[in-house]
Design a protein around this ligand. Structure first.
Ligand code: COA
Length: 148
């Protein structure tokens, strides 16, 4: 497989990130949502995965004291199942470990079996169900893992 680089997301990545966002989610974030994360949220870290300088995936996570939350992760459909999502998540785990974070949580749509498999493979456990969590009434699975 081609070499995957992980680096901080910068403003000039946003067009490509929005393209991936729109391909990957039923209710995608708007450009201003991601811009707010990038420029207006002191707790957020945004990373991209690139292959030959092309953005193929990204992750947005928050660290607040000893807890972290995965807010968004997506890999371009043409590049899925090539361990790029795993590489992004491993980078988050390294950062969390270095910052002495104890737990990482996230919400994922109940219908998103691909996402649930992905997180389960990475050691997340299904902790509880948040009823009617999404705007279309869908439930969220709340998942958690420790940082080791
Ligand atoms: C979830 C997502 C980020 C995973 O990224 P990825 O780069 O394709 O994942 P990886 O190749 O690192 O896969 C790691 C593991 O996740 C699971 N997985 C990934 N894609 C899967 C699929 N299509 N079906 C079942 N399991 C899958 C598998 O356990 C896989 O390990 P394996 O390949 O050894 O079997 C990607 O599928 C995606 O962008 N989905 C759309 C957006 C989304 O749902 N985000 C998560 C909710 S916020």
């Amino acid at each position: 497989m081609s070499f995957v680089e992980i680096r901080d997301l910068v403003e000039s990545d946003l067009n490509k990130v929005m393209e991936i966002e729109n391909l990957c989610f039923v209710a995608p974030w708007k450009l201003e949502d991601i811009q707010r994360e990038l420029n207006g949220n002191q707790f957020a870290t945004l990373l991209v995965a690139t292959i030959n300088n092309e953005v193929v995936g990204y992750i947005d996570y928050w660290i607040t004291f000893d807890s972290a939350t995965i807010c968004q992760i997506a890999v371009h459909p043409n590049y899925q199942r090539q361990a790029i999502g795993s590489k992004l998540l491993e980078e988050v785990l390294k950062d969390c470990y270095a910052k002495k974070v104890l737990t990482i949580t996230l919400e994922v749509r109940e219908s998103n079996s691909k996402g649930i498999n992905f997180y389960t493979k990475h050691g997340f456990n299904q902790f509880l169900v948040k009823l009617n969590y999404y705007s279309n009434g869908e439930n969220a699975i709340y998942m958690m893992r420790g940082v080791k």
